[in-house]
Design a protein around this ligand. Structure first.
Ligand SMILES: C[S@@+](CC[C@H](N)C(=O)[O-])C[C@H]1O[C@@H](n2cnc3c(N)ncnc32)[C@H](O)[C@@H]1O
Length: 756
């Protein structure tokens, strides 16, 4: 980052942005008219930076590291020694080591092929047949030794049979027929042929095409004032109903998280890395790798240099341009100059059609941008990022080859590309979204959820009592959703957005009347923040002053303050009070280390509150392993009612501490006594009530907390009833598909029977 800042500040000295900001094209055109010497120096700085970022690559080391992990995996897989872990843990541990071997091999292809082959074997034994099938294909692709190929093809055929894929199975069997096989393999081949015949007899492969198209419940209106376009309900929409769904036009993983670059899957059992870009890009399947290749071919060299993580929103902007520029090309071929092409693009953005007929890229091209209102420093930063990416595409990829048949020159297309990246960056600052998902607690960004032996008993089936360990809500993608971006902001949103990989589903968060505007919330909502905490980013980033129903009422902070209601600790007062927002410097969370000097004063008797109980409570949490201290902890929790009223947010934070500490004990095999479990269940239920009140009963926060109750019910440590169990089950709708499958399996494995 420092290096980038140094280069950018040198480039900044070379350019001057004269006059007001016109548009993205004019910006780069004016750069192009710098004096030749300056322009050369300006571009050379980017070229040098890209060269500097190149990392030396030692293939021998890759080979050694990969081999060593593979050999370790082999030892674990064979499970020598009497103290070997149970079968499923042993195989999953081996998968984990083989995955390490796959990653470390990078482009040492011999090792890579062996690592994939071994992982395929372990995945097959575990029951991940689709993934094992892919790994066999990976291993063959990367040059698995000729004389042993029949083993891998046999495995592939076996997986194809398990997956009931008739055509691939036939093909693998045909291939095996032509190889020299010993008796054992001949016998296996014969068995598989019989299985194929059986499959064919019962085959009735009907692809059920789901009609995912919902009836349109919304339409777009335009406000001639500053609010621009906005979305309105065509008819009454009941709470919980799906209003619309959308597939992202593109996304990038946040913080270099290793999620599938094509479909954003997070729970991977057999990540397939790109062997060239140093373990930074993965896919959940060969199909996804294939589908993403049109984009990755232009990003691979940038990942190798670790360039993209330096560029923030400009990476998403690049991806948007890589995705839609080729789609627009046929409309722009005729343009003979950069100016003509740019005019063509702007003309396209002005035409209005119905949503169904609007190409996706036009929805993105029409998003609002506030670059004209950006500060000079911000603007220059985005210009330099766009320029750097254009230089990168020119110097390190064949991106510009696709324009050879067009009438304009490569130089024209370079200008257009920079301008489009800048335009997209400006638009994404005001329109980009951040997607979330539930992941295992404490998972490192380079670890894979489905390879954690402590969690799983079989593919996608958690072990008993482990659901709470899959309840960490994490931000994983920066994502472009141009249709959702048409919703204006209100601090009390009318939609609840579910992120499902690279798609979203938007539910009505409350009943919406016909003709009512449908609002999204761009910041934390009114129950989770003070007005001032929201209005600053809304002004800074989205360039408007919020005048929504919540912000314009007499006490705009009342709904948030209700979760900060205290009872004065002075014995001669003991009155309920709400803290004074101004005295608190707009931050009521005095318990966070960053606000430690924020005092709370009772607004009735004006006495300072000392909260002596707070540290005592945390000490008890620390000593939760001791059964007597644990009893004292439950008592201390009940005592919080003396000072914290209703669903005080701090009470909920402390409940979270208590619940997590107790579950650490449970995870370690401690059996709590009956009363402890009763107390724990009572506190979790109370916690769910509080979370429903502040965040809603379909929020990720609510679902995350629900996992604790499900675990207690599954472990038969607390009583439940059909109504509660079904109610909780209903929340699974709000989880991404891959997570809801795991939750549903858990429900079927351990909970459903208790409903009867
Ligand atoms: C994600 S876009 C929303 C759609 C936008 N109105 C359009 O025409 O494309 C965000 C931008 O819309 C405008 N906007 C959104 N909510 C608004 C509100 N409540 N009041 C005023 N302007 C708003 C701001 O310019 C903001 O930066």
């Amino acid at each position: 980052m420092d290096r980038l800042a140094r280069v950018f500040s040198k480039q900044d000295e070379l350019i001057t942005l004269d006059g007001g900001y016109k548009d993205e094209y004019e910006t780069f055109k004016s750069l192009d008219s710098l004096p030749a010497e300056k322009l050369l120096r300006f571009q050379q700085l980017s070229v040098n930076l890209l060269q500097d970022l190149e990392k030396p690559h030692d293939r021998k080391k890759c080979t050694e590291r990969s081999r060593s992990l593979r050999e370790e995996g082999n030892i674990v897989f064979r499970g020598t020694g009497s103290g070997s872990p149970p079968d499923s843990d042993r195989v999953l541990n081996a998968c984990r080591l083989y995955t390490g071997a796959v990653f470390e091999a990078e482009d040492a292809l011999d090792e890579l092929a062996l690592a994939f082959a071994n992982r395929g074997m372990a995945l097959q034994e575990y029951g991940y047949y689709r993934e094992a099938y892919d790994d066999c294909a990976n291993s063959l692709e990367f040059g698995y030794p000729e004389r042993l190929r029949h083993k891998v093809i046999m495995r592939q055929a076996h997986c194809a049979w398990k997956l009931e894929k008739i055509e691939p199975l036939e093909e693998h069997l045909r291939c095996l027929e032509q190889l020299q096989l010993n008796d054992t393999f001949r016998q296996q081949l014969q068995d598989l042929k019989e299985k194929l015949q059986l499959l064919k007899n019962q085959s009735n492969e009907l692809d059920i095409l789901e009609d995912s198209k919902n009836k349109d419940l919304e339409e777009i209106h335009t406000d001639p004032g500053q609010r621009g376009r906005f979305m309105v309900a065509k008819e009454t929409i009941a709470r919980g109903k799906i209003i619309f769904s959308e597939k992202a036009s593109c996304f990038v993983p946040l913080e270099q998280r290793l999620i599938c670059q094509q479909c954003a899957a997070t729970l991977m059992s057999a990540p397939i890395p790109c062997p060239k870009c140093h373990q930074r890009v993965v896919y959940c399947s060969r199909k996804c790798r294939e589908a993403h290749s049109a984009i990755h071919r232009y990003e691979c060299a940038a990942y190798q240099r670790d360039l993209l993580k330096l560029l923030g929103v400009s990476h998403l902007a690049l991806r948007l341009v890589l995705t839609y520029l080729p789609q627009m090309l046929s409309h722009l071929q005729e343009g003979t100059s950069a100016q003509e092409i740019w005019n063509g693009i702007i003309d396209m953005t002005k035409k209005q059609e119905a949503r169904e007929t609007t190409p996706e890229y036009l929805l993105s091209l029409r998003m609002v941008s506030h670059l004209d209102k950006a500060s000079q420093a911000e603007l220059v930063y985005h210009i330099l990022c766009a320029n750097l990416l254009q230089v990168y595409l020119k110097e390190h990829t064949d991106f510009f080859d696709q324009f050879h048949s067009s009438s304009a020159s490569t130089k024209d297309w370079q200008l257009i590309t920079s301008a489009l990246i800048l335009r997209s960056a400006g638009q994404l600052l005001a329109n980009g979204h951040v997607g979330d998902a539930l992941l295992p607690v404490g998972l490192e960004p380079n670890e894979f959820a489905l390879l954690q032996p402590d969690l799983w008993q079989k593919p996608r089936h958690l072990k008993l009592g482990q659901l709470h360990n899959l309840a960490h809500s994490e931000l994983i993608t920066a994502i472009n959703l141009p249709y959702l971006s048409l919703c204006n902001h209100a601090c009390a949103p009318s939609i609840r957005t579910k992120f499902d990989g690279c798609s979203v589903v938007n539910y009505a968060a409350r009943d919406i009347s016909a003709g009512e505007e449908i609002f999204n919330c761009y910041t934390r909502d009114y129950k989770n923040s003070l007005k001032i905490q929201r209005s600053e980013p809304l002004k800074e980033v989205y360039k408007f002053q919020c005048s929504c129903a919540q912000c314009t009422q007499t006490n705009p902070d009342q709904d948030y303050l209700n979760f900060h209601r205290y009872r004065c600790e002075k014995s001669n007062c003991r009155q309920e009070f709400l803290p004074d927002v101004k005295l608190q410097r707009n931050n009521l969370s005095w318990w966070l280390p960053s606000n430690a000097d924020n005092l709370i004063i009772c607004t009735v008797c004006k006495e300072r509150q000392y909260f002596a109980w707070y540290n005592d409570f945390l000490d008890l949490v620390e000593s939760c392993a001791d059964s007597l201290k644990r009893k004292a902890l439950f008592q201390a929790f009940d005592d919080l009612d003396k000072w914290l009223v209703d669903h005080h947010i701090l009470k909920r934070n402390l409940a979270e501490e208590l619940i997590t500490a107790c579950f650490v004990e449970i995870d370690e095999g401690t059996s709590l006594d009956k009363k402890d479990y009763e107390n724990l269940a009572r506190i979790i239920r109370k916690q769910l009530e509080g979370t429903a009140a502040q965040c809603g009963d379909t929020s990720m926060e609510y679902i995350a907390q629900m996992t604790y109750l499900w675990d207690l019910i599954a472990l038969r440590k607390c009583q439940s009833n059909k109504k509660e169990i079904l109610e909780l089950n209903g929340k699974l709708e709000y989880l991404a598909k891959e997570q809801s499958e795991v939750f549903l399996n858990y429900y079927n494995d351990f909970i459903e029977q208790q409903c009867k």
